[in-house]
Design a protein around this ligand. Sequence first.
Ligand SMILES: Cc1cc2nc3c(=O)[nH]c(=O)nc-3n(C[C@H](O)[C@H](O)[C@H](O)COP(=O)(O)OP(=O)(O)OC[C@H]3O[C@@H](n4cnc5c(N)ncnc54)[C@H](O)[C@@H]3O)c2cc1C
Length: 326
Amino acid sequence: MRADCLILGGGIIGLMTAREIVRKYPDWDVAVLEKSHYFGDGATGRNSGVLHSGIYYEYGSLKHRLCMEGNRLWRSEPSAIIWACGKMIVGDDLSELSKRAIQNDVRHRKATAQELLQLNHFTKASEAIFVHDTAVLDIGRFIREIVVELTEMGVSLVPNFEDTGLPPANWTINCAGFGAIDVRTKLGFKGYSQKLVKGRWMASTYRFEAPWLIYPKPLPNLLGLGVHSCIEPDGSVRFGPDTVPVDRMDYSFGDASELAEAIVQQFPGVPKSSLRPSTVGIRTKLNEATDFVIQSPEKGYAEALGIESPGLTAAPAIAKMLSSLV
Ligand SMILES: Cc1cc2nc3c(=O)[nH]c(=O)nc-3n(C[C@H](O)[C@H](O)[C@H](O)COP(=O)(O)OP(=O)(O)OC[C@H]3O[C@@H](n4cnc5c(N)ncnc54)[C@H](O)[C@@H]3O)c2cc1C
């Protein structure tokens, strides 16, 4: 195989980047090489599925700017958004978060007294901020659709790729998520390393019919966003994710008792007996940077590193940025 552009990694970033490259260079041979036996098997298929607003991130950072742009771009993907519900962030002192929301130009307001009463059916809320531009994506469906779209565009989609040496290409774009550091190291680039933080969710049979997603205040240093409610495409609810540092990619669930306790602390109405282990995902965090790193260190090679949350939301904007480097 020889391609004009090889994309390593068939998660949301790799697939959306392939589409941007073909839109920019319709005559190019583009291939997406995916290590797993299906596309979206990494963080893309193992997250909260939430379209974030941009409230949490440092003003002007790539996370902030690409999250805001990605949020807007997702709205032109037919059928991707399944619930434009907004989000309630609850906590004791939300003044810092409010300041950041204003600075980041994120649409938000204080919850009304009526909403606080309603929130207290589900959680413990003395204060809450409602964030408008938060929604739920059906990412499984979107991956199936973009795989069909890319095939029709003539992109070669190669699952089960064994990385024993790359086929020749004019451009290689590294979108390998948890494998991105390995890929760049093999290509001779130095300077970045990563840590892995597992996140686990529990599904619940309890009828949790809050009209919004409910989040606590984020954890210090944005290690995670805190155990929150998530809505599945079928309307069922899951709670999570927690933050468990791990030293390898291992999706086993392990002991669920601490997570179950954290869920009932946050959502006292949810019976522990209604909870069962559900999805597991692994966050990839750079040791050397807190922001996304999206760059082309030399002609013919571009990369996206540290694409943790809000990478799903930012994906369409990251794809545009990567394709602008090519
Ligand atoms: C717990 C958790 C919750 C999250 N919640 C949200 C959320 O609600 N909203 C949000 O916006 N973001 C969220 N995120 C972040 C989001 O999921 C990621 O930022 C996004 O999925 C990253 O996409 P990706 O394509 O870079 O990575 P991935 O989806 O991991 O794709 C990388 C792909 O590369 C493949 N690969 C690895 N090595 C190689 C190789 N050598 N050759 C070829 N292929 C290779 C992998 O198999 C994988 O499929 C969350 C993430 C986690 C873990």
